[in-house]
Design a protein around this ligand. Sequence first.
Ligand code: SAM
Length: 290
Amino acid sequence: MNYRHAFHAGNFADVLKHAVLFALIDALKSKPAPFCFVDTHAGSGCYALDSTQAGKTGEYKDGIARLLFPDLHGGSAAPLPALLQRWLDMIVDLPGNEDGLRLYPGSPLQAATALRDGDSAQLCELHPEEAGRLRELFRHDGRIHVHQRDGYEGLKGMVPPREKRGLVLIDPPFEAQEDEYRTIEQTLKQTLLRWPGGVYAIWYPIKRRSQVQPFHRWLQHCGAKRVLRAELLVRPDDSPLRLNGSGMVIVNAPWKLDETLREPLRALGRLLSQDRPAQTRLDWLVQEAP
Ligand code: SAM
């Protein structure tokens, strides 16, 4: 439990993760029936970019800041695809960001900003300090329920939710390296049995490609009918020592999510390139006709 997201908030991996999250919540909101958002590894909910931790790594400068100031990095200030622009507006409009980008919202706050009155959220966070901050952040919001507990165990008891529709975000710190994938697989296996219709979005780091391939193969045989993969690599995927890129797999991805994400992902590739052009990938690991 050494991981603290404050060092990494708003980095290029968060940008991919949260843009996809935004699209998924958008898709759920296209129907009037309420839904539930479950975040198994929620973090503290909101991060100050002028904190000592964020200052130490400066990771947000090659992430969210690139979208706000594209010309500083030789990128073009061309208009963003509408989905990305709406996501960025949500961050810029956050209370506390009136005088510039000072706060970066984590997944719980991004989701809470998008939820409607009848929707709800269940947030799990194991670290006591992070969970305490999360509880404080949502103390006046009756839609949001914070649990200081293991997210994998918590998830099993939370599905299917009362609303019978919704989204689970699984975003662990991967301190256990490849073992984390085995835990995700076991959890998904049990959870899909209890709630086969839920949408599950799983974030993963890409260091060396071979580390993630067994997980993708597992997904191809897990019984789900639709699994979409979205990845963004800022460096070649052959070094085990640093974060070269990241991806999201979406089990039971909404219809046409690939079309929704295509242009935003291309734009992120252009804006987040580092020493060489970023590579993006958007494809179906499993796609059965409806
Ligand atoms: N989802 C957050 C976001 O997008 O803003 C970031 C989460 S961060 C990558 C991972 C979080 O998981 C950390 O805050 C860590 O304390 C927490 N954590 C680690 N192991 C956990 C577990 N077994 N159950 C729940 N939370 C855990």
